[in-house]
Design a protein around this ligand. Structure first.
Ligand code: SDX
Length: 438
């Protein structure tokens, strides 16, 4: 990062009532979006911390990668609107954009694609890791284990202070995640692993490794390939979400990038985050029919029920998630290509969305469909098992994670992440010997 954001003269003064304690804190403006109050000197000046569980109002870092305007439903990757990238770009072109900061020219694009394709194979001994898992292991468990283990093989790209090793490591992770994901799937269905092919593009190679068998030729369907490319682009990055923040916090300690990405995969797995695409499809299956929607929504509103409308709501988007809109359109394209005239799951999803968005409970809480609401329907129509949905999210988000990690390592103001707390436990007390306890 060439310069950290600097105060622009504006300040905010905080006074502790009933005391003469005052702090004057600088305000920093970004390119676009809300200003931030730089509270780094707050404790020195006032002896107090800020308190923001879930970090809903806290900027953890300065970043130039992605920007979201949650009220306007805007998502920009390095300034480019997601709608234009989804329509006109390719996943590797977006990967170049997120990693290096701009769209590649023709030569850069060709070199980047070649560089990635040359790293798609795995060390042959990594195959043996898969045999250690039960066949019915969740593929996200396999992803956590195998990606974390990559640091045991690629010692020449672990020095986080060497730009060249950071580059190679980024290439290795972007290139190898699809191979690991495809092999996790093949392992779960008892089919032989399919090796990557360098004559195929990134997405075609992934679909080939997922669907080909040694017994016959396999041709990637161009309509499904384009839909998968768009799906990957939409899932590539999203500011400081839970998994990206996990990668940054792990990276701030100097942990190697393979371990940081494995931590990101673990965080993404949660149903409140990347696991929501799998959970949303399961929810639609459980609802079963549009006649059951009123009862389901009644259960969602009953707090004692702990039922959530999966694929709805977002910490940042208080308007429609632009990715959901694009994915909804893509659903129809894929279903048509697969000859699925009316998919009951999609019909139910559209009906559920319509009813929810006319219900004051959801409208008052600004709960709209997010990226996970329609994403599962597309993947299911493409013949992918529900258990692979979050795995695909991890494949795509690896580009965002490694871009955020690279930005963290290159930020001169970066320090180890170490949040504080408010302590409400027992005050200091003396040890009680066992025979004196009640
Ligand atoms: C992703 O951060 C990112 O950018 C993530 C992501 C990315 O690309 O990285 O966009 C990907 O993770 C999308 C989100 C996928 N998760 C789901 O679809 C799971 C269902 N959604 C929720 O659990 C929830 O909406 C969150 C986790 C997404 C956001 O949670 P918040 O911001 O903490 O909101 P909240 O839990 O404080 O909810 C506010 C109110 C509460 O009601 P009240 O206490 O005010 O009465 O809204 C209610 C919640 O009960 N609410 C929901 C709901 N989401 C929020 N009620 C029913 N169904 C829901 N889905």
């Amino acid at each position: 990062m060439n310069a950290t954001a600097k105060p622009d003269g504006k300040t905010i003064t905080v006074t502790v009532e009933g005391t003469n304690k005052t702090a004057t804190l600088p305000i920093i403006s970004g390119t676009v979006g809300p200003d931030v109050v730089d509270i780094r000197k707050l404790y020195d000046q006032l002896g107090v911390f800020t308190y923001d569980p879930g970090f809903g109002a806290t900027a953890s870092c300065e970043s130039k990668i992605t920007y979201i305007d949650g009220d306007a439903g805007v998502l920009l990757y390095r300034g480019y609107p997601i709608e234009q990238l989804a329509e006109q770009s390719s996943f590797l072109e977006v990967a170049h954009l997120l990693l290096w900061g701009d769209l590649p020219n023709a030569t850069q694009k060709k070199d980047f694609e070649l560089g990635i394709m040359r790293h798609t194979m795995l060390h042959e001994q990594i195959r043996r890791f898969f045999d250690g898992f039960r066949r019915d292991a969740h593929p996200m468990a396999i992803m956590c284990g195998v990606v974390g283990a990559l640091s045991a093989f690629y010692h020449d790209s672990l020095n986080i202070n060497d730009p060249e090793q950071r580059r190679i490591c980024a290439f290795r992770l972007i290139a190898k995640l699809p191979t690991i994901a495809a092999w996790a799937y093949k392992y779960s269905i008892g089919q032989p692993f399919i090796y990557p092919r360098n004559d195929l593009g990134y997405v075609d190679n992934f679909l080939y490794m997922m669907n080909a068998v040694p017994a016959e030729d396999y041709k990637v369907n161009p309509v499904l390939s384009r839909a998968m490319e768009r799906w990957f682009i939409l899932h590539a990055d999203h500011e400081q979400n839970a998994s990206s923040s996990t990668v940054r916090l792990a990276g701030s300690s100097g942990a190697n990038p393979f371990a940081c990405i494995a931590a990101g995969i673990a965080s993404l797995w949660g149903p409140a985050h990347g696991g929501a695409n799998e959970a949303a499809l399961k929810m639609l299956a459980d609802i079963g029919h549009v006649d059951n929607v009123p009862q389901f929504l009644h259960d969602v509103k009953d707090k004692n029920n702990h039922t959530r409308l999966m694929g709805f709501g977002h910490r940042v988007y208080k308007n429609y998630d632009p990715r959901a809109k694009i994915l909804q359109g893509s659903c129809h394209e894929v279903l048509a290509e697969m000859g699925i005239k009316d998919d009951p799951m999609l019909d139910l999803a559209v009906e559920l969305e319509k009813i929810a968005l006319s219900d004051p409970y959801f409208v008052s809480r600004k709960l709209y469909p997010n990226v996970d609401f329609y994403s599962g329907i597309i993947l299911k129509a493409m013949g992918l098992p529900t258990s692979m949905f979050t795995v695909l999210f991890a494949v795509a988000r690896t580009v965002g994670w490694i871009s955020q990690w690279k930005e963290l390592i290159e930020d001169p103001s970066q320090r180890i992440g170490r949040p504080r707390q408010i302590y409400t436990g027992a005050p200091a007390r003396d040890y009680v010997p066992l025979d004196a306890r009640g």
